[in-house]
Design a binder for this molecule. Sequence first.
Ligand code: APR
Length: 234
Amino acid sequence: MADDIHNIVILTGAGVSAESGLATFRGPDGLWEGHRVEDVATPEAFARDPDLVHGFYDARREKLRTVEPNAAHKALARLDEQWPGELLLVTQNVDDLHERAGSKRLLHMHGELTSGWCLRCNERFGWSGPMGMSAECPGCGTAGLVRPDIVWFGEMPYEMERIDEALRRCDLFVSIGTSGAVYPAAGFVQTASYSGARTLEMNLEPSLGSFLFDESRTGPAGELVPAWVDEILG
Ligand code: APR
């Protein structure tokens, strides 16, 4: 491992879960191909047609039960376990494959499929199975006001202050499997870079912001990430 690297921030996107069998958002067969984002992933869509929105997330929650963490998730969990310095894994993914692989120093900036949020009492709680319109809040018992705990377009991602602080202090920023199409995550590389961090991207193809990174490696995360973890752990 390089002696000058102590604090690492890692950002992951849908590409890290692709080899587990979960569709990415953009590109052929992407999740947005069959849906307009405005119809399923905005608060306005939920107000207009909650059945459609619940159906979209219920199907993704169901699919999650059929997939397993891949070599990239496992390698990142190994790094989390063995890295002696600070480390924060920020995922844009709403699947739970990082935690199932064993990652602990992890936060979900776009929420989680396995979590619900009651609009009546503001509680967040674990959720499995379908949610639907009749879902009851386990806290206050109100039915019909539980929504997927997902950050939709137009909403504020979670834990931005903590992420920003970690980015300003890190020595190395690594972005894995994200197209760089969605802010604020797409801008993390600049925050880290302006603060003096080295930056590395690993993606199937160069992302929209590839030119912002010191180094860009192209290929499947299931191959690139384990090799990089071996490298950094020395
Ligand atoms: N290994 C590495 N990268 C891969 C792999 C793979 N096996 N398969 C696909 N990719 C890359 C694609 O080339 C693409 O650049 O992963 C990227 C996935 O990009 P998106 O589908 O745009 O997903 P993401 O960047 O996570 O989207 C960000 O947008 O729709 C919202 O909230 C949603 O969190 C999501 C956000």
